[in-house]
Design a protein around this ligand. Structure first.
Ligand code: DAH
Length: 361
């Protein structure tokens, strides 16, 4: 038997006989280490004639590769065996109760909490939940909502655009509001419609009351007689239930949105003195939503006859009402993912299923 074959046999035997990783490592060093048997053989290639090297080169290199592969395979087997042995020994009793301590339970993010709260209130008022994608087409985010191409109203939203698609040239957007879900809902359902759509929205904006990613809850009611009086009543009832007070000081200001006519914005009275925000006192105002009667063009765009049906809609800032209700004056830390902030402002979980399901942040 050639020297190479003999060496290979003895190495293969040593590898198979290694029953722990340390022994296997010793075999590896004895073969492939700096002074190892295979490394020494490789060194002899340098002093060979070209003809000898042509024969010995592939033989020695082949030996090195086979030994390296055998070492690797054995190592995997040994690691798996070691893990199985550990798993067999260490058993976790998953039926044991959690040991309650200050750090053992996570906290509910205030936004998740508020989404749960508002979902429950609107569910009581007979609203269903609708959802749509965060990455939207220009059509759903703008065109179908009666923003004409090139209309200055598009500039009202500091939009995050995606690069144009290589073939179609289409530029997707991160939705700037939850209003595209109105369009998607009306395309899929026949009136009467009564839905809310909570979700994430995005605008290139950042200060104390604006973050590039924020949350809105859209509301949409379409039937034959839905009118502005109903809209006011629903928003007032919602605010009373949400803020848990018998009366809420709110004001409707005339405004403009391409997808509503007439349009309004709603502010809530609060105090914003000395860097604090307090609901129920003071004479400052915080804008919490935009609303209005759905524009006939929007109804036409989804095939609903505006002579037969009418309705109203709103888009409310979830982060804004969370700030107001829980007295958190700065929006930016909401999304900085600092666990110290979360353990201070977060909510203790109740052992109840969440109403908003997967919608929470
Ligand atoms: N989408 C608007 C915004 O984000 C808010 C809004 C206004 C939503 C009026 C509506 C509405 O549904 O009817 O600025």
């Amino acid at each position: 038997m050639s020297e190479i074959a003999t060496l290979e046999n003895s190495l293969v035997e040593a590898i198979a006989a290694a029953h722990d990783e340390a022994t296997l490592e010793a075999v590896r060093i004895s073969a492939l280490g700096k002074k190892g048997s295979v490394s020494e053989l490789l060194k002899t290639l340098g002093s060979m004639t070209p003809d000898e090297r042509k024969v010995q080169g592939p033989a020695i290199n082949g030996l090195r590769d086979r030994v390296a592969t055998a070492l690797g395979e054995r190592k995997n087997i040994l690691q798996e065996e070691a893990l199985n042995a550990r798993l067999a020994q260490e058993r976790a009793d998953v039926t044991l109760p959690v040991q309650e301590g200050p750090q053992t339970r996570g906290r509910i993010h205030p936004i998740s909490q508020v989404i749960d709260e508002l979902t429950a209130i609107f569910a009581d008022l007979g609203f269903a939940i609708a959802e749509g994608p965060d990455v939207e087409s220009d059509f759903y985010n703008f065109t179908a909502l009666n923003f004409p191409e090139g209309h200055p109203a598009r500039e009202m939203h500091d939009t995050f655009f995606f690069p144009p698609d290589a073939t179609t040239g289409e530029r997707k957007v991160l939705r700037t509001h939850t209003s595209p879900v109105q369009v998607r809902t009306m395309q899929m359902q026949k009136p009467p419609i009564r839905v809310i759509c909570p979700g994430r929205t995005y605008r290139c904006d950042s200060d104390q009351t604006h973050t590039p990613m924020f949350h809105q809850v859209e509301g949409l009611v379409i039937d034959k007689t839905a009118n502005f009086g109903h809209l006011k009543w629903i928003l007032e009832e919602f605010c009373k239930a949400f803020f848990e007070v018998p009366n809420v000081k709110m004001r409707f200001r005339p405004s403009f949105f391409p997808f509503t006519e007439p349009s309004a914005e709603v502010d809530i009275q609060c105090s914003r003195k000395g860097g604090d925000i307090r609901f129920g006192e003071g004479d400052d105002w915080l804008e919490i939503l935009g609303c209005g009667m759905v524009h006939p063009n929007v109804l036409r765009n989804v095939g609903i006859d505006p002579d037969e049906y009418q309705g109203f809609a709103w888009g409310m800032g979830i982060d804004r009402i969370a700030m107001l209700k829980y007295g958190m004056p700065d929006l930016r830390p909401f999304f900085e993912a600092d666990v110290r902030w979360l353990s201070h402002y977060g909510f203790r979980p109740l052992d109840l299923p969440s109403l908003a399901g997967g919608l929470s942040v």
